[in-house]
Design a protein around this ligand. Structure first.
Ligand code: GLU
Length: 469
């Protein structure tokens, strides 16, 4: 089944638990616009290569549409449609007021020089702009698999050349470098969100009991597949939260150490040797995919879609599968894992941290001011005023040194990063609880509950527009 077909299958399973008329459901499910482009790239050796690019805008119930741009050989019309649909549902679940979109360029980025990547990114942006598929109020790309803040800076610069008088042009793309209008905390946002989501799931005693696990992250064994931006940061925050990282899988193979490994040491080893293999103290696993079947409490697939299929799903031993990637579990595999009593924390919820912080970046760009700039010093002074008042009211009971140290500890204003992280934490915790309530009420799995939440919210925005009943 196609990837978009699989997403629709999950949608339909959830839609069956709602009361919306079929026409409304059809409109929510349908992919509104697709742009397919082919353009020439002059390679460094002078040869001309024709590059295929796409952008799908799935839903315009909120505008702009939003979603990353990936550079991968898996990119196709079907893939961008599926991923754009997931973006619509994802944004709805975490109350980020965007429709869903996704773009992609069909290349293996490792085959291209930096100069070639820059040329093709700029040309791709130009094509999107020409076709009205990019703009602060139209469609706002972001990083995804194979792209980073560097590509986003090229996109912004190209857009600026075309729309040189647009006041809000910084908001045409998110995930930019901080010096180019990016927001602090965006790079690690998806991984941080994955951590907040898993932590929220693990704090419910009754849910953990059903899985035969203790509540909390502390001491949980984790396997992470994919050490790109999302995988690395998910692992890092889980490790900082007290989890034990017992396995890592990458393209070159996988490593296993039941005693746990330090993520930064693994990354350093990979930088130095070009591979995660032969990490001191760990066992090599030549076939990377076998790492998914390792004994662990939490499995975090954080690379591409379709890595857990009906073939390997019966051998997965993890009690929790936390989908940091988009679509890592096929719908047939999902069923097998559910039947085996695995708690699936679905992608549409779990990796929404990236787009949530993209939303904060977009707001920053539209307001033309760094978050917290107006209030930071005021908050700091206010805390100081309160402490001094308490001191006075309690008849000067603090000695001066204690008062000074209290002011230093409590009396600080929130920085942009503090605000971004707290907004992200609140968003992830709130959305989890909301989906969990639906899960209990309807007696369904988390993915179906997450889709029900998305469908209800999108249907409501159409109803609020007066378009549908
Ligand atoms: N590519 C990320 C995702 O799949 C982020 C999208 C965005 O920030 O717009 O959610």
């Amino acid at each position: 089944m196609s990837f978009f077909g699989q997403v629709n299958r999950m949608f339909d399973a959830a839609a069956a638990h709602t009361e919306h008329p079929e026409g409304v459901l059809h409109q929510i499910r349908a992919c509104d616009n697709i742009c397919r482009i082919e353009f020439p790239l002059k390679r460094d050796d002078g040869a001309i290569e024709v590059i295929k690019g796409y952008r799908a805008e799935h839903s315009h119930h909120k505008q702009p549409t939003k979603g990353g741009i990936r550079y991968a050989t898996s990119v196709s019309v079907d893939e961008v449609m599926a991923l754009a649909a997931l973006m619509s549902y994802k944004c709805a679940i975490v109350d980020v007021p965007f429709g869903g979109a996704k773009g992609g360029v069909h290349i293996d980025r490792r085959d291209y020089s930096d100069a070639e990547l820059e040329r093709l990114t700029r040309r791709y942006t130009f094509e999107l702009a020409r076709k009205n598929y990019i703009g602060p109020g139209i469609d706002v790309p972001a990083p995804d698999y194979g792209t980073s803040s560097r590509e986003m800076a090229w996109i912004l610069d190209t857009y600026n050349q075309l729309e040189h008088n647009e006041l809000n042009s910084l908001a045409c793309v998110t995930g930019k470098p901080v010096g180019q209008g990016g927001v602090r905390g965006r790079t690690e946002a998806t991984g941080r969100g994955v951590f907040y989501g898993i932590r929220q799931a693990c704090q419910f005693e009754d849910d953990m009991k059903e899985l035969g696990l203790e509540p909390g992250i502390e001491g949980k064994t984790v396997v992470v597949q994919g050490l790109g931006n999302v995988g690395y940061h998910s692992a890092k925050f889980l490790q900082d939260g007290g989890a034990k990282l017992v396995g890592f899988a990458e393209i070159e193979g996988a490593i296993h150490d039941p005693d746990g490994m330090d993520i930064d040491a693994v990354m350093k080893h990979r930088r130095e040797t070009g591979s995660i293999m032969d990490f001191p103290g760990a066992t090599n696993i030549a076939a990377s995919a076998e790492a998914l079947e390792l004994e662990c409490d939490i499995l975090v697939p954080a690379a591409l879609e379709g890595v857990i299929t009906e073939e390997n799903a019966p051998r997965i031993k993890a009690r929790i599968v936390a989908e940091a990637a988009n679509g890592p579990v096929t719908s047939a595999a999902d069923q097998i894992l559910q039947d085996n009593g695995v708690l699936m924390i679905p992608d549409v919820y779990l990796n929404a941290g990236g787009v949530t912080v993209s939303y904060f970046e977009w707001l920053r760009n539209l307001s033309h001011v760094r978050h917290g700039r107006m209030s930071r010093r005021f908050e700091e002074r206010n805390a100081e005023r309160i402490l001094r008042a308490v001191d006075e009211l309690t008849a000067e009971s603090f000695d001066d040194r204690l008062l000074d140290s209290l002011i230093k500890r409590i009396g600080f204003g929130a920085s942009e990063e503090d605000l971004v992280n707290s907004g992200l934490e609140d968003t992830m915790a709130f959305a989890y609880d909301e989906v969990r309530v639906i899960r209990k009420e309807k007696d369904v799995d988390m993915r179906t509950a997450a889709f029900i939440s998305a469908i209800n919210k999108i249907a409501k925005s159409y109803a609020d527009m007066g378009i549908f009943p």
